[in-house]
Design a protein around this ligand. Structure first.
Ligand SMILES: [Zn+2]
Length: 417
C-alpha cells in the first residue's frame, strides 16, 4: 500500500495548490458530517501585489478564517479552511492575497464551480442545487458569473451571417430576440423584447466585440414588421432572407384555420379533429399507412385536403433547383392560393406576395434560421431548465450556456474540455 501522502497530493491538486500554499491537515467533522481541509502558507513566502504586481512585504493574515465549499469526497461535503495572508504594497497599501483555488467573493472553490457549471448545463437549477447540496441563489450567481464572463470575452470579429429570431419566456408573456452566428451555429446575443430597438442594441454589441455591421452579408429572419426595417437599416450590405421555416409556419397556421372552419361546417367532425396532426406532416415523410389515412381524410374533408396540397406545393417550391424555377413555382403557388376559395390561404397568399423577393433570396444562399432547427430545441430545453428562476437574466444566461458554445474559463473537474 502507498502512504496517505498520495491522498494529500490529490487534495492539493484539486485545489491547485503550489508552494507556498500547502495542505496542513484534514479531518472528518463527525458532527456536521463533512470533511475539512486546512490550508497553510509558508511563513517566509513573498507575494507580489495583487493590484500592481510590485514587490510587497508580508503583513499577517486576515482576521477570520474562511471556508470554501469544495467538491464532495466519498459523498461528504468538503470544506477548505484558510486564513489567507495579507501584504503591504508601497503603492497600494494593505492587500489581501487570494488563494489559488478561489474566485474573488465566492464561497466555493473553482473546481466546485466548474463541476456545478457542467451539471447545470444538463439539469434545471433546482435539481442541480439539490444534487450539489448548495442553495439555488448561490448556484445562480455561479452560473451568471461564468456565463457573463464568457459572453463579455466573445469575439465577433468574423461574424458575417446572422439569423435573428424571437423566442418567448414566462409562458409566452415576454419575448427575447436571439441572434445566431449562422456559420458557427452559436447564439451570440440575447436582447429583451422583439422590436427594432433589440436589433439596434445587437448592433452595438456586435461593434463592441470586434464585429462590423457593414461586413454582414446574410441575415435570415421572420416576416415581422419590427425586424425587417431594422435589418435593412443596420445591415446595408446584407441579403435579407425570410426564413423558410417561418414561411412554412405561416402556411401551416392557415391550414389549421381551414381545418377548424371545416370542422364547424360538417356534421362528422370527429375524424378530422383526430387526424389534425397528420396534415402537419410533409408528404414525403409519411408512412404508407399515414398516406392512406390522409388520402381518405382529404376526400371526406375536401377543404382541408386542398389546403394540404397547397402546403405540399410550398415544399416543392423550396426544392427548386434554380432561381428561375423558384420564381415560377412561387408565382403559380400564389395564383393557386388566390383562387383556392379558402380565406386563410388567400390571406397567406398576400403575405407571400408582400415578402416575395426576400423569400426568393433563399435561392441565392439556401440559408435558414438555424434556430428553427437544432438551436431552437436547445433553447426550449433552456426554458425548462431556467424555470426555477424565471427571470430574464436567468433565462438569458441559460440560453448562452446551452447554445452559445461558450469558452468557459472555469476549470473542468475531469480535466477534459
Ligand atoms: Zn501594489
Amino acid at each position: 500500500m502507498n502512504s496517505i501522502a498520495n491522498f494529500e497530493a490529490m487534495l492539493a491538486g484539486s485545489l491547485n495548490l503550489e508552494e507556498p500554499w500547502y495542505v496542513s491537515g484534514a479531518s472528518f467533522d463527525e458532527k456536521e458530517l463533512a470533511l475539512r481541509i486546512h490550508i497553510g502558507i509558508r511563513k517566509d513566502a513573498a507575494f507580489v501585489c495583487p493590484e500592481c504586481g510590485g514587490t510587497t512585504r508580508r503583513f499577517g493574515y486576515e482576521k477570520k478564517e474562511r471556508a470554501w465549499r469544495h467538491g464532495d469526497c466519498m459523498f461528504y461535503p468538503v470544506y477548505v479552511h484558510c486564513r489567507r495572508p495579507r501584504v503591504v504594497c508601497p503603492h497600494c497599501g494593505v492587500k489581501q492575497i487570494n488563494a489559488p483555488y478561489e474566485r474573488k467573493n465566492s464561497r466555493f472553490t473553482l473546481l466546485f464551480e466548474g463541476y456545478a457549471m457542467l451539471i447545470v448545463a444538463d439539469m434545471n437549477v433546482a435539481k442541480t442545487a439539490a444534487l450539489l447540496r448548495c442553495d439555488e441563489k448561490a448556484l445562480t450567481s455561479i452560473l451568471r458569473y461564468w456565463v457573463n464572463k464568457a459572453v463579455a470575452d466573445m469575439d465577433l470579429e468574423d461574424v458575417a451571417m446572422l439569423a435573428i429570431d424571437e423566442t418567448s419566456f414566462k409562458r409566452g408573456h415576454k419575448y427575447v430576440t436571439v441572434v445566431i452566428d449562422a456559420a458557427k451555429r452559436r447564439v451570440i446575443d440575447v436582447e429583451k423584447d422583439r422590436d427594432r430597438e433589440a436589433v439596434r442594441r445587437f448592433v452595438e454589441t456586435l461593434s463592441a466585440k470586434g464585429g462590423d455591421p457593414q461586413a454582414i452579408t446574410h441575415v435570415t429572419s421572420d416576416m415581422s414588421k419590427s425586424y425587417l426595417p431594422a435589418i435593412a437599416k443596420h445591415f446595408p450590405n446584407a441579403l435579407n432572407i425570410i426564413d423558410k421555416f417561418h414561411v412554412k409556419k405561416t402556411m401551416l397556421d392557415a391550414l389549421d384555420e381551414v381545418r377548424k372552419a371545416e370542422q364547424k361546417e360538417v356534421s362528422d367532425k370527429k375524424a378530422l379533429f383526430q387526424g389534425r396532426r397528420l396534415f402537419m406532416i410533409p408528404e414525403g415523410k409519411m408512412t404508407t399507412e399515414q398516406s392512406a389515412k390522409l388520402a381518405e381524410l382529404s376526400k371526406r374533408y375536401p377543404k382541408t385536403g386542398r389546403a394540404y396540397r397547397i402546403i405540399a406545393a410550398l415544399d416543392d417550391f423550396y426544392e427548386s433547383k434554380t432561381m428561375e424555377e423558384a420564381r415560377s413555382a412561387l408565382d403559380s403557388l400564389y395564383s393557386w392560393m388566390r383562387r383556392c376559395r379558402l380565406k386563410p390561404m388567400k390571406e397567406a397568399a398576400e403575405t407571400l406576395k408582400r415578402h416575395r423577393e426576400k423569400i426568393l433570396n433563399y435561392f441565392q444562399s439556401r440559408l435558414t434560421n438555424a434556430i428553427s432547427e437544432g438551436i431552437n430545441s436547445l433553447i426550449q430545453a433552456a426554458k425548462r431548465k431556467a424555470r426555477g428562476y424565471n427571470t430574464l437574466e436567468g433565462f438569458t444566461a441559460m440560453i448562452y450556456l446551452v447554445a452559445g458554445k461558450l469558452d468557459l474559463a472555469v476549470p473542468h473537474p475531469f480535466g477534459a474540455s
